[in-house]
Write a protein that binds this ligand. Sequence first.
Ligand SMILES: NC(=O)C1=CN([C@@H]2O[C@H](COP(=O)(O)OP(=O)(O)OC[C@H]3O[C@@H](n4cnc5c(N)ncnc54)[C@H](OP(=O)(O)O)[C@@H]3O)[C@@H](O)[C@H]2O)C=CC1
Ligand SMILES: O=C(O)C1=N[C@H](C(=O)O)C[C@H](O)C1
Length: 270
Amino acid sequence: MSQPIRLAINGASGRMGRALLALVREDRRFELVHAVVSAGSERDGTPVFEGLSSGLRYAHGWEAAPAIDVIVDFSGPDGLAAALAHCRAHHIALVTGTTGLDAAAEAGLDGASAELPLLRAANFSLGVAVLTRLLREAAASLRDWDLEIVEAHHGRKEDAPSGTALALGHAAAQARGTTLAEDGVYTREGRPGARRSGTIGFAVVRGGDVVGEHTALLLGHGERVELSHRATDRSIFARGALEAAAWLAGRKPGGYSIDNVVQERERNPG
Ligand SMILES: NC(=O)C1=CN([C@@H]2O[C@H](COP(=O)(O)OP(=O)(O)OC[C@H]3O[C@@H](n4cnc5c(N)ncnc54)[C@H](OP(=O)(O)O)[C@@H]3O)[C@@H](O)[C@H]2O)C=CC1
Ligand SMILES: O=C(O)C1=N[C@H](C(=O)O)C[C@H](O)C1
């Protein structure tokens, strides 16, 4: 058997970090060599896997990191920036699912993809990959229908609209020959007036322990189409991110997406 992929997890103590650790522990494709938390995290320096002899402990940065093949990041804008700097310095492949980035951080990722293999996805679930394709087709076919995207997440989520909602909006806008910069509508309050035709509206729900729900509403006259996805278990994102990491390891530099992984799986099922 070939050597396992040397994996690091950034944001290892978070909701996604914990879901990743639960899978990696059993996954022989990977050897977990580094698990990063923020400076000041209560996990810093504590064992990653209680009761296992590996001895790996959470670390609060990259200074003492060993050799790594792929970093999987679900942290936040600051955590991602630090991981990206380490990837650039050591030519390490990066898989990131962090959302809510500003334009400068987006540009930094685009620039880095010229130097290293970098795979980004706002949503690592297979269902959302297929939903995006369906929405492209529906948005183009029902070009004159009003389009609204509604998302719901747990109350701890920090960014809005979700990365997935924005990615769905971008896909639909592109299918209609426009952009969200031109036609996205993110707030309605007071008397915003009648809906401008051709816009793409976003609505956000936050609360409880909702894992992630997205619905694209295509609203016609006397009829409507609703395309929905509901995630009920965070492990689907973690599994998708690990598939992406296994796919990305050893690839040439470039910007990749979850579609590359899904399409290859469709070409070579099993
Ligand atoms: N693409 C996808 O499929 C998905 C994307 N996401 C996205 O992933 C991100 C994380 O989500 P989630 O796990 O729910 O969030 P959490 O807040 O639960 O986890 C983030 C973790 O990152 C750690 N962290 C904070 N700053 C740093 C830093 N500078 N370096 C390293 N680690 C840091 C924090 O832990 P501590 O304070 O202990 O260090 C925290 O626990 C969000 O942007 C979310 O939108 C989430 C689910 C799916
Ligand atoms: O923060 C989350 O939880 C999630 N974030 C991603 C997003 O912003 O789209 C993906 C998923 O919906 C869960």
